[in-house]
Structure formats: C-alpha cells, structure tokens
Ligand binder design. Sequence first.
Ligand code: KG4
Ligand code: ZN
Length: 346
Amino acid sequence: MLVLGIETSCDEASAAVVEDGVKIRSNIIYSQDEVHARYGGVVPELASRKHIETIVPVVKEALRQARISLKELNGIAATAGPGLIGSLLVGLSLAKSLAYFQHIPFIGVNHLEGHLTSIFLEKELSFPYVGLVVSGGHTNLYLVQGFGDYLLLGKTRDDAAGEAFDKVAKLLGLGYPGGVVIDRLAKDGNCQAFKFPRSMIQDESLDFSFSGIKTAVANFVRERGKEKVERSLKDIAASFQQAVVEVLVFKAIKAARSRGVDKIVLSGGVAANSRLRSLFRDSPEEDIKIYFPSPLLCTDNGAMIAGVGYRYLKEGKNSPLSLNARSRWDLPAASREVNGKKSNDW
Ligand code: KG4
Ligand code: ZN
C-alpha cells in the first residue's frame, strides 16, 4: 500500500511516499528557515504564503524520487493539526483535492501522533513505551499503550523546550532556528561554567517549565554586558543546554519508572540534540532502553504522517473531505485513568 504523506503544520513543507507504513520511498523536506531567520521566529503569515509556493513542487519531487505517479497511490494523509492554521490549510487542502481527483481515501493526521510513532519507520517496537515529544511547539510526555492510545502524563506549563532554545539563541544573537546553533556551539563549551535553573525538577508532577530558564539567561546577559557574553558564548550555550536536557532526561526516566515501563522513545526537533542523546545514552538506568529516530525523522517530515495515515487507512478509516484544520488537537487515549483506575468509557 502506497501512501503519500503531506506535512505543513509549521515552517517545513514536506511530502513523502511510504510503502506499507514503514518503507520510506521518498521524504522531501523544504525548510523555510531563511524566510524566518531575520525575525528570530516563525511568522505565521509568511509561513503559509511560502507553503503555497512550495508544496506542489515538494509533492512532485516526492513522487519522482519514489518513482511512482499519482495514479499508483492508494491513499493520502495530511497533518490536520495541531499547528499554525494558515500553514495547515495549505497541505490539508492539497491533500483533499488530490484524493478527490484520484478517487482515493484521505485521512487527516494528528502531528503529535506522527512524532510519537515516527520510530516505527526505522524500528519494530513493542508497546508500551513512554513517548517524549520535544519540539518547538510541544514538550509532552505520554504513556503509549498502542497505536491510537496515548495517555498524557505531563506537559510544559509555559514554553516548549525548542521554543526556549530558539528564544535564548535570539537573545544571544545566534540566529534562527536556535536549537541547531546552540547544539553546535555547546560542543566546545563547558556545561558546568554557569548554573541555570533546572525548573520543576523537584516537582512531584511530570510537567515541565522552560520560561524561567529563558529569563535567567536574559538576566545573566544583561548583568554581564555584551562583551563578556560574547567571550563566553560557548560556555553559556553549553550551560543552558545542559539545564534543559537534564530536566528532560530526569522527567522521562521518572515517567518510565512510575509506570513500570522499560522503553523511552524520543521524538520532535529537540530530540536531534546531541547532548540530550548522549545524556540518555550514558544514563545509569540499564533496565530502561532509549530509542531515537534518526535526526531527519525527529524534525517535521511527511514520512511520519504517511506512516500514521497508513495505519488508519488499512483499517478502512478515513476522513471526510469536509475535515477542517485544527490549531489545537489533543491526542486520544483509548483508555483513560479515573482516580488511578482504568476506564474505557469516554
Ligand atoms: O519538530 P520540529 O521540527 O517542529 C515543531 O513541531 O516544532 O521542532 C523544531 C524545534 C525548533 O525549536 C528547533 O530549534 C529545535 O526543534 N531543534 C533543536 C535541534 N534541532 C532542532 N533543538 C536542540 N538541538 C537541536 N539539535
Ligand atoms: Zn513537529
């Protein structure tokens, strides 16, 4: 079964052809980083306009690299939310039009479900696992008990981890997107040079908070002055990054322990961070296995959307062509817990 996946929830336009839910035949990603760099963050109106220009060539290239024509597709999946509404509408409208034109089924996919299950494009895993989606828009911990069953265990109460990377990079004058630049600079820095707060690490809950660390770096920069900051950029980057990733690792392991789960799967743009990866790999928790998709599958991509689409389409589930985009969309849990007991009545 050949499924075309289209992703335009933020500032990446991506299209991929995936065979039987796991074999990536093509995965084209057009990043708009250059468009948004000078603003230090994504400008929604510019993102949707750029998607209109690029999405058709991106889809054509995905079909070309997969060596198939539109006629050979068995279904089309597109991200329907959560994300920027104008951006989502571009990919979603194209997917619906193509499905209508080709008389093939269409399915709207939740972007978070794409991230949480992107690992299956590279690896066969058994359930349950703790899934940490850590991106520019989300920092969510889930107990994943099966496809379509995602119990939210914790989330950020303010900024997402990727957002903190981007904002700190902006105030250090490092450009956008900040995660990659900070990751690179930090490699030659001393992560113990400065002490930034590990927000909510002592908190009972599995929630996160990253706005405090951003303020701490802002205060630090103001107090030190431009020249001193520029001289110690690498150490600041490394110390900030260390503070963020320590909290992520601590809470993910705490989630796995509290649920008696022996697997943690990371996904989302920040999961590409090299320090986060090494800290997880070196963690002394020998009984907990850590899985990361390769960096290309961590950031936004069409293959993860095609992968999810396949699982629904093969069960005969599809979406009506009247489906609208949703800026907010919580993932479903097949069973939810009421007072610590499982309940399926929802
Ligand atoms: O998943 P993604 O591509 O888009 C969203 O759904 O948000 O994630 C983008 C985020 C940005 O905030 C970016 O700075 C961050 O992921 N990011 C990183 C790295 N690569 C991307 N953060 C830290 N280290 C990286 N290597
Ligand atoms: Zn994403």
